[in-house]
Design a protein around this ligand. Structure first.
Ligand code: SF4
Length: 230
């Protein structure tokens, strides 16, 4: 199956979806957004990574920034912060260059390495788009974290690729139905830039109020039924 241009979702949504499905739906279906310190820091890092003035070619390394990517198979589009192309005889030809090159995507993130796979899944999705566009294999890439100033190498294993496909299938399903999952408060809510919009505590309280109101209404109906039967 191939998705049409107007069906493509944002590839960066994978990390939102992996963090919290409701957060993804609020941003990508309901178009809601709110910045917090984390998102502003993340945005600054991406701006630096996308600065075309520091594009470079050094010997056997070619670095492209803000490379636009998409995949009709996965139904996503987006951009890579940085794609390094390492000269390699088993690599692919690039327009305007005689040599062959092996692609190696690098994504810039704020903070440090995380236990959840959100960043790894987004990077793997980028690699899968590049593979489709360049007709090549990309076995690995890297995440660069601003706080630790370190790279984490990520292998694009079969399991990680399967997770990307399953997650994107689920995202397309939600998007087609316009479905926003209900609030499920978790530890993630403390770090969520949308917590004021999502209002998990208020939603819980409202659910409690709804429960009390429904129960009172039910009791009232039962009493009038009994009066009617007597
Ligand atoms: S506040 Fe919690 S439930 Fe709401 S979008 Fe954020 S992480 Fe998800």
């Amino acid at each position: 199956m191939a998705y049409k241009e107007d069906e493509l979702l944002q590839l960066s949504g994978i990390q939102h979806f992996s963090f919290c499905r409701r957060q993804w739906a609020l941003i990508h279906i309901e178009q809601q957004w709110a910045d917090n310190l984390r998102t502003v820091e993340g945005e600054l890092m991406h701006t630096r990574a996308h600065d075309a003035s520091i594009a470079e070619k050094r010997g056997d390394l070619l670095v492209l920034r803000d490379l636009r990517i998409q995949s009709a198979k996965l139904g996503v589009s987006g951009a890579c912060d940085v794609v390094e192309f390492h000269r390699n005889d088993d690599g692919v030809k690039l327009a305007g260059r005689k040599e062959r090159w092996q692609a190696y995507p690098v994504e810039y993130k704020r903070g440090s390495e995380k236990s959840i796979d959100a960043d790894r899944l987004q990077l793997c999705g980028q690699a899968m788009c590049l593979e489709e566009m360049l007709c090549c294999q990309i076995p690995a890439g890297a995440l660069f974290y601003g706080e630790t100033r370190r790279r984490e190498q990520v292998e694009f294993t079969t399991e990680l690729r399967e997770q990307v496909v399953e997650m994107l299938d689920e995202m397309h399903g939600y998007f087609a139905r316009g479905y926003t999952p209900k609030v499920k408060p978790s530890k993630s809510c403390n770090a969520c830039s949308l917590k004021e919009l999502c209002l998990p505590k208020l939603m819980r309280r409202r659910n409690a109020l709804n429960y009390i109101r429904d129960t009172v209404e039910q009791c009232g109906e039962q009493q009038s039924d009994r009066r009617g039967n007597s």
